[in-house]
Design a binder for this molecule. Sequence first.
Ligand code: CAA
Length: 370
Amino acid sequence: MIQQAAKDFAETELLPGVIERDNEQRFPAEQIKKLGELGMMGMMVDPKWGGSGMDTVSYVLAMEEISKIDASASVVMSVNNSLVCWGLEKHGTEEQKQKYLKPLASGQVHGGFCLSEPEAGSDATSQKTTAVDMGDHYILNGTKNWITNGRTGSTFLVVAQTDVEKGHKGINCLIVTSDMEGFVVGTKEDKLGIRGSDTHSLMFQDVKVPKENRIGEDGFGFKFAMKVLSGGRIGIAAQALGIASGAYERSLQYAKQRKAFGTEIMNHQIIQFKLADMATRIEASRLFCLKAAYLKDTGGDFLEAACMAKLFASETAMWVATEAVQIHGGYGFVKEYHVERMMRDAKITQIYEGTSEVQRIVIARGILRD
Ligand code: CAA
């Protein structure tokens, strides 16, 4: 039912205008509001905090369907669900949940996750943003890069260094809202893909953040970010899965109609082999995503499964979308047929929430540790 609801929503609400939004870099504001009303912005959050009380498996199913049509909308959904809401529900205080989680999970507002900096991407412990301890509050200064929902979001989880001497153990994560004095939204990024999503740098200029907005104990910020990202990576894996299956479905449909050399191109073995490889890699990606989600839902150690799912699904999305353009030939190279957008959108899944190389680092460390 959840899968069907997400599919219906994607086809009726997201498909119309998806090409124009990509062209104009227009945020799908109305659609995100409706996704919130459908309960898809806080899918895994307990209903007492405004969420839908579903599990990660349901979230993966919904993410795949939304991403088949519009990956710009699904990144908004993913960041809000698995980074912001899940992080707050798992590690926030009752007061933080009441004040910040409820509006986020019920879709009244949406949020962002601020870890990356101009000089701290994969090397996430090299935080230059500072949160100086002033007793009952922190003074936050610094710049965060590539922030999904940077302009449209209202609640942000911001990672910053409090004590440099303690390295990653001196990092905190603070809840910051866009109405705080000194919160400045930088220029919008002009991106290759997911162009409908809203990506900005954010500047914090002497922002006074109350101590009750810190997540967890002093120094928990880096571990918090890593824990949250392990769950987030399941969301991006499911996004990649959706982009791949969307591109594949369009290719299959095209191959059944398009004629060349006297027959539908599906009758040429070269096309059949492409479709077979696409279908196989997509099914493997789906199983990876569902395994990671199941482990997370049943309290298992899902870290490496999430990294494997993200690594495999994002590499698959890039490969499948490129092959989809190839199957479409010249038509694949123009916007009307959607697959060129999917190819551009696929690329970011190999980069954000940990590049493919970072996933390999985490997987390899797990293998060598066991
Ligand atoms: N859970 C709990 N703790 C963890 C953890 C996890 N998953 N991963 C690491 N830690 C802990 C480690 O145990 C260690 O603590 P101790 O010293 O107490 O043992 C501490 O965190 C530091 O870990 P590492 O020594 O492994 O740190 P590292 O410097 O070697 O970096 C890394 C590891 C995996 C490369 C990490 O920096 C990383 O994941 N980088 C990528 C960052 C990233 O994914 N950014 C995405 C930005 S968000 C985004 O894209 C959102 C969006 O808008 C779409």
